[in-house]
Design a protein around this ligand. Structure first.
Ligand code: 5GP
Ligand code: MG
Length: 180
């Protein structure tokens, strides 16, 4: 499928499913090599990262655990803007080697907040794996440790990413078509 229309917009393939799977396997191999004795705890960030988390996890061969969290964002009553909260972290991460699994790092607001929250809980280490990285949109001094693909700052759907609820089930990653 080269093009797809969701709601009112048309998207074209940016990264094909095969390339995604190959890249995920490479990242997993890297993790397997470096986490042999560390029993890493993967924290998948819902909703968008669920497919990446599942595919990555299937390729991990060292002893490991996985859990899922959510970063919710709501408008605060103050003019200071959006207030974030971390939901669903029901494991003790003290002294654990954490690998956060995220779908996209865009402005970096979400990860900036999440990584600071996790750091307060005294983990042994925290690394960030993101399927997609948009460095041109980044507003924080953040460097993901494992990056699937570096992309332009345009709107993407597929492989877990939605456009207004739809498109998460697409196996390729699509980008908004110019003038669409
Ligand atoms: P950030 O906090 O880095 O600006 O944004 C992170 C979140 O915004 C991602 O986890 C994702 O949910 C959403 N996001 C950012 N860029 C895109 C995009 O191109 N497509 C979709 N579907 N979501 C995006
Ligand atoms: Mg996300």
């Amino acid at each position: 499928m080269q093009e797809v229309t969701i709601h009112d917009k048309t998207f074209e393939v940016l990264i094909a499913a095969n390339d995604i799977q190959q890249r995920v396997a490479q990242i997993a191999a890297d993790i397997n090599e470096n986490y042999a004795e560390k029993k890493p705890l993967f924290l998948g960030v819902l909703n968008g990262a669920f497919l990446f988390a599942a595919d990555l996890f299937k390729n991990i061969s060292v002893p490991c655990e996985i859990s899922f969290i959510r970063v919710s964002s709501y408008q605060g009553t103050q003019s200071s803007g959006k207030v974030k909260s971390l939901i669903g972290l029901n494991m003790d991460i003290n002294n654990r080697h954490i690998i956060v699994i995220e779908d996209i790092v865009d402005t970096g607001d979400t990860m900036q907040y999440l990584l600071a929250e996790l750091a307060q809980k005294n983990p042994a280490s925290v690394k960030l794996a993101t399927m997609v990285f948009k460095p041109e949109a980044l507003k924080h001094p953040l460097q993901p440790d494992f990056i699937g693909f570096t992309v332009p700052p345009d709107f993407l759907v597929g492989y877990g990413l939605d456009y207004d609820g739809l498109g998460r089930n697409l196996n390729d990653i699509f980008i908004l078509k110019n003038n669409a």
